[in-house]
Ligand binder design. Structure first.
Ligand SMILES: C[S@@+](CC[C@H](N)C(=O)[O-])C[C@H]1O[C@@H](n2cnc3c(N)ncnc32)[C@H](O)[C@@H]1O
Length: 250
């Protein structure tokens, strides 16, 4: 029996343990991802930033860096997340008191680029970011955003190939035409443990990521990063691109 998204213990997800495992000590691969994403967004807006841009991070979980990467470009950002403990974590991180020091290392990388240099991230996050509980698989494209990120979600929420593809489609369907996006996937993940609980994954490689995204994209650049951060996967795949204008049948 394959574990479906609805079967996993999301209500038991422990964000502090997850941050300890993944982000408290910044890994070289995440810093590399942050630089690549920063440069992608910067080049998308090299000729100016459209007015009143809205950003979304889907399945934001206990990771603030995709949201930080969207900060200079947006008037508003929504962090969508399904697991209640992660929603509460994100609410604390975006409160006026300011986010944890753990995220400073990622902002340091971002602030090397001109668009980020003058932003005060703690003030700006609490001003423009809102957290909302939502199920990615229920997003139906009714609401749309101008820039978006999805990090380790479509591949890290179910063992089922159909839910992986549906997760990618639901993400791409909330993006407006030409919206820049960044999406990351664990390569060949066999699932992952957070504290006492085990979470499912669908094993993907570069080809599957490309196939799933291509119908929705005009520009698409895939980085196959060979960094292994724990047992049970083979690297990280980072996809950077822009939403195309085609209407794709489900
Ligand atoms: C591996 S974590 C990734 C978290 C974070 N984006 C990161 O980069 O570290 C997977 C995330 O997907 C969320 N998730 C699982 N199923 C979801 C669903 N149906 N809709 C939205 N988020 C979901 C989990 O709660 C968790 O935060």
């Amino acid at each position: 029996m394959m574990d479906r998204n609805a079967d996993a213990p999301w209500s038991q997800f422990d964000p502090e343990v997850y941050v300890d495992l993944n982000y408290r000590t910044p890994l070289e691969v995440d810093l590399l991802i942050v630089r690549l994403m920063r440069d992608h967004f910067s080049s998308c807006f090299a000729r100016g930033v459209p007015d009143s841009m809205r950003g979304v991070d889907v399945g934001a979980g206990a990771n603030l860096y995709p949201g930080l990467a969207m900060l200079p470009w947006c008037e508003k950002i929504v962090l969508l997340e399904y697991a209640q403990p992660n929603v509460e974590y994100l609410e604390r991180q975006t409160a006026p008191e300011g986010y944890d020091e753990a995220w400073d290392a990622f902002w340091n990388e971002l602030s090397e680029a001109p668009a980020y240099a003058d932003v005060k991230p703690r003030d700006r996050i609490s001003e423009i970011v809102r957290v909302e509980r939502a199920n990615l698989l229920d997003l139906d494209g009714q609401r749309r955003w101008d820039i978006g990120t999805m990090f380790f979600v479509a591949d890290s929420m179910s063992e089922c190939p159909d839910e992986f593809r549906r997760g990618v489609r639901c993400f791409m369907d909330v993006l407006n035409e030409k919206a820049p996006f960044a999406a990351a996937f664990m390569k060949e993940s066999a699932g992952y443990r957070v504290g006492e609980h085990w979470y499912p994954a669908y094993r993907v490689n570069e080809d599957q990521v490309r196939e799933s995204l291509e119908p929705f994209t005009s520009e698409l650049e895939i980085h196959d990063l060979h960094h292994v951060v724990r047992p049970g996967h083979e690297g990280i795949i980072l996809a950077l691109g822009r939403r195309n204008s085609e209407v794709v049948a489900p």
